[in-house]
Ligand binder design. Structure first.
Ligand SMILES: [Zn+2]
Length: 191
């Protein structure tokens, strides 16, 4: 793990939640996407303060809902925000090469992937891999909202176990949190 640190996990979490509050209040993106920051990050590189692993759902727009701009959030998207080796490799890269210390798994309400996990597989070739992962997370839960949260917590646990992330808090340590995005209100709620 790199000694370089962009921002402590606790400060990064506060920045995400404050950014979401601004978004909810104004329904605008206050992130800096100017040509100045574009050129700066091109020249000096990126220093994202948080990794956000979220669903591919088009109603979830990570930078906007956190009022983030260019170079601030390292986003990993996959339907159902499930975790496999490719996601883990991306997280490991952000942590070890970019100095990012906070990892947020962001599920969302009305998730189609979670909803589909309640139904038997049709003959799709690849979707079943996502659904199998969600089913292993939700077990025999029958409530879609609760299943969604179980799926978020499962992804958090997989990241913590796979990357051997210690849960004890140290100033420079990695932290993984789960959160639920409400697609109607725009609010992000820690779970
Ligand atoms: Zn979804």
């Amino acid at each position: 793990m790199s000694d370089k640190i962009t921002m402590t996990a606790d400060n990064a979490l506060k920045k995400l939640m404050d950014g979401n509050k601004r978004y909810v209040e104004n329904s605008e993106n206050h992130g800096d996407v100017s040509s100045a920051v574009r050129l700066k990050t091109c020249t000096k590189g990126q220093e994202p303060f948080a990794v956000v692993v979220t669903c591919s759902d088009s109603r979830v727009i990570p930078e906007t809902i956190f009022s983030a701009g260019i170079g601030e959030v390292f986003v990993i998207r996959v339907a159902g925000n499930v975790i496999d080796d490719h996601q883990l490799g991306s997280i490991e890269y952000a942590a070890s090469h970019l100095g990012t210390r906070l990892i947020m798994v962001l599920g969302h309400t009305n998730c189609g992937a979670v909803g589909a996990a309640f139904h038997p597989d049709d003959d799709n070739k690849y979707i079943r891999f996502i659904l199998h992962e969600i089913r292993s997370a939700m077990g025999d839960e029958t409530d879609p909202d609760k299943a969604c949260i179980l799926n978020i917590k499962h992804s958090v646990a997989v990241i913590e176990e796979s990357l051997e992330i210690q849960k004890e808090e140290h100033e420079h340590s990695l932290k993984v949190v789960g959160a639920l995005y409400h697609i109607d209100t725009g609010e992000v709620e820690l779970v």
